[in-house]
Write a protein that binds this ligand. Structure first.
Ligand SMILES: [Zn+2]
Length: 65
C-alpha cells in the first residue's frame, strides 16, 4: 500500500451572490466570497423583510432587474 494522496481537504464553496469560488476555511464572509457579496445579499434579505405588503400602499409595479 502506498500512502500517497495526503491532500489537505480543500473546502470551497460557490458564492451564492456572484458564483465565484470562495474559500470556506478562514473565510469570515462564507459562504460568500467577500464582505461585499455578503453585505449585498444580506441587504437584499433585509429589503425583502422590509417590503411589507400593505393594501394602503399603491404599487406602481416597478420593473426589477
Ligand atoms: Zn461573491
Amino acid at each position: 500500500m502506498s500512502g500517497e494522496g495526503q491532500r489537505p481537504p480543500v473546502r470551497e464553496v460557490r458564492c451564492p451572490r456572484c458564483g465565484k469560488p470562495a474559500a470556506w476555511a478562514g473565510n469570515p464572509w462564507r459562504p460568500f466570497c467577500s464582505e461585499r457579496c455578503k453585505t449585498i445579499d444580506l441587504g437584499a434579505w433585509a429589503n425583502e423583510e422590509y417590503r411589507v405588503p400593505s393594501e394602503d400602499a399603491p404599487e406602481d409595479g416597478e420593473p426589477e432587474p
